[in-house]
Design a protein around this ligand. Sequence first.
Ligand code: GLY
Ligand code: MN
Length: 355
Amino acid sequence: MSRQQRLGVLRQHMQDQHISAVLLTDRFSKYAVTELYSASGYVLVTPAHLWILVDGRYSAECQQNNPDVDVLTLTAEHPLSHFLRLFIGGERLFADASQLSHLAWQALESQCGLALQHWDASALRVNKYPDEVAKIREAATIADHALETVMPLIRPGISEKALADHIEMAVRQAGGSKTSFDTVVVSGTRGALPHGRPTDKKLTTGELVTIDFGAVYQHYCSDMTRTFALGNVSEELKAIYDTVFTAQQTARDAVRPGIRCQELDAIARDIIAAAGFGEYFSHNLGHGLGLDVHESPALSPQNAQPLEPGMIITIEPGIYIPGLGGVRIEDDVLVTESGGEVLTHSPRVWEEICL
Ligand code: GLY
Ligand code: MN
């Protein structure tokens, strides 16, 4: 079971780094080692113990869901600082500074007389365990099914907003609990906005439309983008599509353990640059995916981290030309022992995406 394994990894890391106590504060890291999935509450880990600390709204349910864990109730008389003083004393305490406000960080230090130190909690979740892979695989399948359901609606006349609403409904009907972020639907010249919000603009013949959405299944996310052609589109838009398609497929096929994130990014970026569109690919090639829709590793030109089996990443190159439109194709890929396994399968070949 991934939680026990991950706790073992965390404790090994603590031992290697001489870390005596870690406080997890964000919902994803807490859920990675316990059954607590909430922005509220804390998980405190020492070499020999693990506590969940939540207020009275959550304690009964939390104890039910975590029968083998000490669940402590936070009250006005016994706030977090009380328990930290009790359990940690004057030891150093590590927490992820990116997940606590400056105010909360300072308050903990002054109330507990502790030296808080930053520790990147998300690093724990970079490699996925088999039960997590299974959930992300299902989230990807749900996204595929949802897109299949709405395909007949992707026609001239429907508004971007209405299409986004149908996608969100289709995700739930296909078994997702929700979408993994606000669904992107952008058409025509609005396609040049990589993360544009859907508007009342109606889809029109001769345009491209880009749809970017994901499903959440048992708290795990998928993330997929497709760009469709509505009737006959200009040669210029077709050329952009072909370039993104080639860049995406080539990068996807290059996924394997050991390749550096920046090498993968460069594979796609070089193809787009060689076609003359380099300045219009304005973001990273992709990102890790798991409990959060954006996790490490970043597939950026700067990141020299090598891929490892068990990572799940997105491959999502795009070209966005102001005043003309845009194209992005995104798939979720599991890094395996020998290469990559694509988890999202919706049509991406030109003939199949012409509506
Ligand atoms: N597909 C949404 C994102 O990666 O930000
Ligand atoms: Mn993405």
